[in-house]
Design a protein. Structure first.
Length: 186
C-alpha cells in the first residue's frame, strides 16, 4: 500500500498534484523496469510515460488487495510488451532443436564473475540484447514467468522461449567476458 493513502485517493479523484506526487514517488522504480525492456533510455521514457497514463486512467480499478507498486509494475511490463507487439519488434527465431531446463541452468554455472558489475552495466548489457532475447530474459529472470507463461504472453512456442533465454544468457556472458568482468570464456 501507499504510505500516504491520500495520494491514491487524490489520483482516483483526478487531482493533478496527487498524480504528480505519485509519479515523483514511483517513476524511478518504474523507470528501472522500463529500462530492462527498452533498447535505450528514450524508448524506456516513452514506455514509462504511456504506462503512467494507463495507470492514471485505470487507477479506480486498483482494489487495494495487494501491493500498489506491484499493480503498477504489472502495467509497466504489459505496456512494454504491447509496445513491442505494436511496433512489430519481436523477431523470434524458431529453433527446432530441443532445449531443456537443465541446459539453461548449466549455462549459468559456467559464469565466474571476478570484478564488481554495477546495475547500470547490467542494464546497458541487457539493452544490447536483440528484442526477443531481451523480453524473454526479463520475463524469465526478473519477473519469474515460466516458459509456458512466456509462450502464451508472446505467442511463441515454449521451445522458442527456452532458446531465446539460452541465447540471451550466452550473449550476456560473452559481453561480460569482452569487458573482462568474467573469468570463463563464453
Amino acid at each position: 500500500m501507499l504510505e500516504d493513502d491520500s495520494i491514491l485517493e487524490g489520483c482516483i479523484a483526478g487531482s493533478r498534484s496527487a498524480q504528480s506526487a505519485l509519479y515523483r514517488k514511483y517513476s524511478p522504480v518504474m523507470m528501472a523496469v522500463c529500462l530492462r525492456y527498452a533498447q535505450n533510455r528514450d524508448e524506456a521514457e516513452d514506455i514509462l510515460q504511456e504506462a503512467f497514463l494507463k495507470i492514471f486512467q485505470n487507477i479506480r480499478s486498483f482494489r487495494k488487495e495487494g501491493s500498489f507498486e506491484g499493480w503498477m509494475k504489472r502495467i509497466m511490463i504489459n505496456h512494454a510488451l504491447n509496445y513491442f507487439r505494436k511496433n512489430r519488434r519481436l523477431p523470434f527465431i524458431e529453433d527446432l532443436e530441443a532445449i531443456n531446463e537443465k541446459e539453461i541452468m548449466e549455462s549459468d554455472d559456467q559464469i565466474s564473475v571476478h570484478a564488481p558489475v554495477s546495475a547500470d552495466t547490467i542494464i546497458a548489457l541487457i539493452q544490447m540484447l536483440p528484442p526477443g532475447y531481451r523480453l524473454v530474459f526479463n520475463m524469465y529472470v526478473f519477473e519469474e514467468y515460466s516458459h509456458k507463461e512466456i509462450s502464451e504472453a508472446l505467442l511463441i512456442s515454449e521451445n522458442t522461449s527456452k532458446t531465446q533465454l539460452l541465447k540471451a544468457r550466452r550473449m550476456l556472458r560473452k559481453k561480460l567476458y569482452e569487458k573482462n568482468l568474467v573469468k570463463n570464456t563464453p
